[in-house]
Write a protein that binds this ligand. Structure first.
Ligand SMILES: C[S@@+](CC[C@H](N)C(=O)[O-])C[C@H]1O[C@@H](n2cnc3c(N)ncnc32)[C@H](O)[C@@H]1O
Length: 425
């Protein structure tokens, strides 16, 4: 259901999912815990925002002095460019201002800035925000917003889902620090995966995680039409929860440096809680020179070769412990990690039918001598036997011989703190 919601958001170009205040607050706390001065003296840009709706502007304006921010800039996208049907009424805040313009309010973006005590009440906060219409509609790709990007140190937002790749490229071309919301699905995009592999981007503190039984939840406009359990109404406001959602960043946080505590291969085979591993061991892929590790907590600590792990591993990835060597399937024909390409494959379905089996090259495979019990399976011209295709896997390799006792100590401490925070929250 949740993925259907995301697809729907993309299809309708209905990108109006608004981030909740407490989600922003909890995430930001993780970066402040790691470096209390992370925002000190910095210009922060909040693009793709809508200060009258968005909690990003509210949160950073309220904490302006506390965090030592130098300048806060927030821009919004014009309602007429949003390509969706929403009842738009300018807020009182805008209509009572002498600058209010009936035409501009619909077709121009807005800019809000905060840098000094405008109302001379002795503090800098949300009451000191200055605003104006932008020249254009506030599209993050416009020259006007690009100039704002170039003067910013850190870019923070929940960008439109439908433009996620473009948005990341836009940040990267300016080489900025960032903290943005995205979905686990984008990990395998050819534009995104190399950034994760090369440690130019990593997952934030909260990623693909249910808290109190809920995925990350966003407010949506009242006109939002969705069916299903992922949409609910609370105090008259509509919310949607989207699985696989979380933060991507290139800001440091403590959880990223907590090594996983793992068992050796021998101990996993003896004691693993997973029936797929216990007493069975690890299968080797046919088309990649790697072993299949179906669960992150079943990664053998003493295996020196390449291992294929679920995509959710990224949330546990500690760059001091592992190196990411690739993705299966590879998103190009370069065959960097892949060692075999199947030709003229046939897909065999559970109802006895068969069809073209190109999908066999879409992931890591396991080769069987006999037809496997699970459908579909594949046969092909240049390989004897029967093939099963697995989910996409991240290919990793152990980086250090052993994680030091000091790293384990730090990891345990951070874990305890995180648990305490989760309990108190
Ligand atoms: C997922 S919403 C998030 C809004 C806000 N950042 C928040 O988290 O509450 C993305 C916002 O980006 C806006 N948007 C869509 N296309 C855009 C573009 N090309 N340039 C700037 N903003 C855009 C949408 O109208 C929407 O308000």
């Amino acid at each position: 259901m949740a993925n259907a919601n995301l697809k729907n958001a993309k299809k309708q170009k209905n990108d109006e999912f608004y981030t909740q205040y407490q989600d922003i607050q909890k995430e930001i706390n993780a970066y402040l815990e790691y470096d209390k001065d992370v925002f000190r003296g910095k210009t922060i840009l909040l693009p793709c925002d809508d200060p009258e709706w968005s909690n990003f502007t509210k949160f950073f304006a309220q904490n302006f002095e506390n965090f030592g921010i130098k300048k806060l800039i927030s821009t919004s996208f014009a309602v007429e460019s949003k390509n969706m049907d929403i009842d738009y009424e300018p807020t009182l805040f805008e209509t009572i201002d002498p600058r209010f313009d009936k035409a501009k309010t619909r077709c121009k973006g807005k800019i809000f800035t905060l840098s000094q005590d405008e109302n001379h009440d002795g503090k800098i906060n949300i009451d000191d925000l200055k605003w104006n219409y932008l020249e254009g509609d506030g599209d993050f790709r416009s020259n006007e917003v690009k100039k704002l990007r170039d003067q910013a140190d850190i870019i923070i937002t929940n960008p439109p889902f439908s433009l996620f790749r473009e948005f990341v490229a836009w940040i990267m071309e300016a080489d900025k620090k960032f903290l943005i919301i995205g979905n686990i699905n984008c990990i395998s995009y050819s534009e995104i995966f190399p950034l994760l592999k090369n440690n130019k981007m990593w997952v934030g503190n909260r990623f693909n995680k249910r808290i109190n039984g809920k995925n990350m939840t966003f407010r949506v406009p009242d006109s939002y039409e969705m069916k299903g359990t992922e949409l609910y109404i609370e105090e008259g406001k509509k919310y949607i929860s989207v699985a696989g959602t979380g933060w991507f960043t290139n800001l440091e946080h403590g959880r990223r440096h907590q090594p996983l505590q793992l068992m050796t291969m021998e101990d996993n085979i003896k004691f693993s809680k997973h029936k797929e591993v216990q007493g069975i061991g690890y299968q080797k892929y046919d088309n990649y020179d790697a072993i299949e590790v179906p669960f992150t907590d079943a990664i053998p600590s003493d295996y020196d070769g390449v291992m294929g792990v679920p995509i959710s591993f990224l949330d546990k990835y500690c760059p001091e412990q592992f190196e990411i060597v690739g993705l299966a399937p590879e998103r190009s024909d370069t065959m960097i990690n892949r060692v075999f390409h199947y030709k003229n494959a046939v897909q065999h379905n559970s109802n006895g039918t068969s069809q073209s089996g190109n999908k066999v090259n879409d992931g890591p495979t396991i080769l069987y001598k006999e037809p496997p019990a699970k459908f579909p399976y594949y046969t092909c011209e240049n390989r004897d036997g029967f093939l099963q295709v697995l989910y996409a896997r991240i290919l990793i390799k152990k980086k250090v011989k052993d994680v030091s006792p000091e790293q384990i100590r730090v990891a345990t401490k951070i874990k305890e703190q995180t648990n305490e925070n989760n309990i108190t929250n």
